[in-house]
Design a protein. Structure first.
Length: 93
C-alpha cells in the first residue's frame, strides 16, 4: 500500500488522498453551478496546473464521481448530477 507522509508524521494512504480530491472536485463543481466548468479548468484550479500527479488526481476524481452518478461529463464540460445538486441543497438547508 502506497502512503505519503504529511506534516506531523501523519500518514495518508492513496485512498484517503483520492477521497480528498473527490470531495474537492465535487465541491468546486457544485460551487460554480450553474456556470460551466471544463476538466482543464478544474485541473488548473484544483491541481494548480503543476505536474502529472495533480492532473491525474483530478482526472481520477472526475472519473470516479461520474462512475457513481455524482458528476456528468459532456464533451469537455463537467456537470453535477441531479443527485449531487439535491444533496448539496439538503446540506445547505
Amino acid at each position: 500500500m502506497q502512503a505519503t507522509v504529511e506534516a506531523g508524521d501523519h500518514i495518508r494512504t492513496t485512498h484517503e488522498e483520492d477521497r480528498v480530491f473527490e470531495a474537492t472536485v465535487l465541491q468546486q463543481v457544485l460551487t460554480l453551478h450553474p456556470g460551466p466548468i471544463t476538466l482543464e479548468e478544474l485541473v488548473r484550479e484544483i491541481g494548480g496546473g503543476e505536474g502529472f500527479a495533480q492532473r491525474d488526481a483530478v482526472e481520477r476524481a472526475v472519473r470516479d464521481l461520474a462512475a457513481c452518478g455524482l458528476l456528468h461529463r459532456h464533451e469537455a464540460l463537467v456537470l453535477p448530477s441531479r443527485a449531487a445538486l439535491r444533496f448539496d441543497e439538503l446540506l445547505g438547508e
